[in-house]
Design a protein around this ligand. Sequence first.
Ligand code: UD1
Length: 420
Amino acid sequence: MKYIVKGGRELGGTVRVQGAKNSVLPILAASILANDKCEILDCPHLSDVKTTTEILKELGCKVTYALNCVSVDPTDAFNMEIPERLMRKLRSSIVFLGAVTMRMGKARVSMPGGCLLGARPIDLHLKALKSLGIKVKEEAGFIETDASEAKCANVHLAFPSVGATENTILAAVKIKGESVITNAAREPEIIDLIAFLNAMGARITGGGTGTIHIEGVPSLRGISYRIIPDRIAATTYMCMAMATNGEIELENVRREHLTAITNELREEGARIEFFGDRAYLRAPRKIKSADMIKTMPYPGFPTDAQSVFMPHLIKGDSTSVIVENIFENRFRVADELNKMGADIVTEGRSAIIRGPRALTGARVIAPDLRGGAALVIAALSAQGESVVEDAGHIGRGYESFVENITALGGDIRINNTADY
Ligand code: UD1
């Protein structure tokens, strides 16, 4: 699938921000631990959510996905194995490992897939499960677990990995006694998972801090739960307004989740105001370059946001530097942006963006989800027409992306033919 984008317009208007992709996926995995049906509200329509619902169906859950509500009834779940073709489709499939192990007593999964951002190992996940007494066997790309001797424990994570923290919570939530996770991830999506589980009857404290206490409970009840807003989608639309010299109002945002982003954008000259759950951003006439953006675990600058910052930094008044500390191979979009006239040099974990440069339309290839969104932003800010190939990546994380951009006044259409 390709997007055809004609650039050069100032974008303006209002966008409602979708529910958070990175919350929905672990929460859907958690729903298999319930005794009865869960309803997840404000669930965005994304291919990654669709894949997750397919995993749930494979496990034997009854699942419906209508409008923005996914309902999961795990009462008759019978399967402890997730097929490789589904595991390979997305990285966060690995959070099913802890949940399925505790629901079925055993699990069998292959190594997960997802965007190609670097090695993306799962050693921390497996080590944490082993600390909880779960037997883990790795063989020929498959992982088998056995929870017959699972017990509460203190689990220390060598790095505050989001996925490993989620897996550990899901494994420990029904183990008798108190488990403690130290050096846990503090991302809002972890807090959302904990709020979901606590609403089901779990007893978890410390979400949003580095130490999470989990007092195991024997059962969890089905509930209705609304997902938090997607801070990365909000960031993407803010950066779209920056790159097109536009102004935007976002509905459904949490100000406190966006602090690292809005601090940075204000330093670059943006005017940003919040009114309750709405944010308003007006791009500056001249963008001030970013001396140094370093991606870090939350509350630091998110790795998911660095690609979508590049298009407006290309227009910055001098040189910007981005240092990627989470993934070792997350600058693949730079070569594509250079085809449009950017001057970005990457060296190891650093990207040096020399501005100001004017972009012109070109044929480019989306390397991954956030890189794809960055190319669309660049194309909207470029003179002339661009073709963004492999745009299917974008549908993994953004709901109604084309419709939202059109509503903001952008000229973008989808092309499914091979010959364009
Ligand atoms: C990461 C991001 C998360 C983002 C998601 C999707 C961080 C800390 N995490 O979560 O905010 O939403 O990508 O893009 O920014 N690691 C290991 N062994 C493991 C697990 C992880 O070495 O078992 C390393 C990874 O290689 C990486 C770092 O830890 O360098 C962060 O990984 P982690 O937080 O687990 O990644 P995700 O859960 O994918």
